[in-house]
Ligand binder design. Structure first.
Ligand SMILES: O=C(O)CCC(=O)C(=O)O
Length: 341
């Protein structure tokens, strides 16, 4: 136990030497595409994977630089998406057999929002405010979709580096999450080396609580949580303050809020700093099945989050890596149907 003297010493240290707080991304380590004068045409000419894609890489990259997102239409096979959702249904129906972690954002789970699925009642799992966490670790098809060539090729070009998949979330219903930018919550060693994919597992209905986003918001000034740009237990401001700041700043900058009404098989890719959130669910009967994956680069993400001090065990698909969860080795790829697809 620390003595009163130790406590006073640590208060004095904090008073004399305040922690250095970060207010912006470091320009030197920004992905090349975010720097001034990035020559996308010259880059794409040299990029071996640019040919044979279902989209025009240079055009999408220019759109990304200006708007902070792109939509890749009809880029994932529907049979793969159906297989993934069948596995989620199995996970829910026989939840007592599985260890997959679930995040439950309901008041009665406030003291322990993350729990193994086997401990969460089926009725809760089948309702809103549920996130199935890192299911790609359990599922081969989850990994294949996460590291699909159409996604990986684009992100590889954005980072000009190998792509590393960091984490994933599956949703049955809309999240209704307040406006945020992902870098504040999903932290890689170089915070600007972050991107996300929103993969539609069904056509999105306007009343199902669709994702919304502010095109162009990836360049607005960063919010200060009181201790810098990342939200953690030392922050004096909270996610609601963050949301208010983002909505207000986007409005003041004349950025228009867009609603994501994409079709099954379409993918939205977004920048670390694109302001986005989940709209209100206006029809509670409507699902909004979706798969959200977060990515970083090889230079910025070197360890599995659950095991920061060990060399990761890698699975490579389409030249991109995802790390095996070293704490749940017996759960890795237990859904193996995707091997045949
Ligand atoms: O899908 C949603 O409604 C929100 C997902 C999201 O914002 C995120 O994972 O960062």
């Amino acid at each position: 136990m620390s003595s009163l003297f130790d406590k006073l010493k640590s208060v004095a240290k904090r008073t004399l030497m305040p922690e250095k707080t970060v207010k912006e991304f470091d320009y030197a380590t920004l992905p090349w595409i975010d720097k001034e004068g990035a020559d996308i045409d010259a880059f794409v000419k040299q990029h071996p994977a640019a040919k044979g894609l279902s989209y025009d890489l240079a055009e999408k990259m220019k759109f990304w630089k200006k708007n902070g997102y792109v939509i890749l239409e009809q880029s994932i096979q529907k049979e793969w998406l159906d297989q993934l959702w069948n596995e989620v249904e199995e996970l829910i129906d026989h939840h007592e057999k599985y260890e997959t972690l679930i995040r439950i954002d309901l008041p009665e789970y406030q003291s322990k929002p993350v729990q193994p699925i086997k401990d969460v009642p089926k009725k809760v799992l089948n309702g809103p405010y549920i996130k199935f966490m890192d299911f790609h670790e359990n599922s081969v098809i989850g990994k294949k979709i996460m590291l699909h060539k159409n996604i990986v090729t684009f992100l590889q070009a954005v980072f000009n580096d190998k792509v590393i998949a960091m984490q994933s979330l599956l949703f049955k219903y809309g999240s209704q999450q307040a406006t945020h930018q992902d870098f504040a919550y999903v932290v890689s060693e170089i915070p600007s080396h972050l991107a996300a994919a929103w993969i539609a597992l069904e056509d999105v209905h306007i009343d199902s609580g669709p994702l919304f986003y502010y095109p162009g918001s990836h360049t607005i000034g960063k919010f200060d949580f009181g201790n810098g740009i990342f939200f953690n237990n030392k922050s004096t401001l909270n996610p609601n303050d963050f949301a208010k700041y983002l909505d207000q700043t986007c409005q003041n900058a004349g950025l228009k809020k867009e609603t994501l009404l994409i079709k099954k098989g379409d993918v939205l890719l977004w920048h670390a700093a694109l302001a986005h959130g989940g709209d209100e669910i206006r029809n509670k009967a409507l699902t909004r099945k979706s798969y959200v994956c977060h990515y970083s680069s090889d230079s910025a993400f070197k360890h599995h989050r659950q095991s920061p001090n060990t060399e990761p065990i890698r699975r490579t698909i389409n030249e991109a890596d995802v790390f095996v969860n070293p704490q749940m080795l017996d759960q890795e790829d237990i859904f193996a149907e995707g091997k045949k697809m």
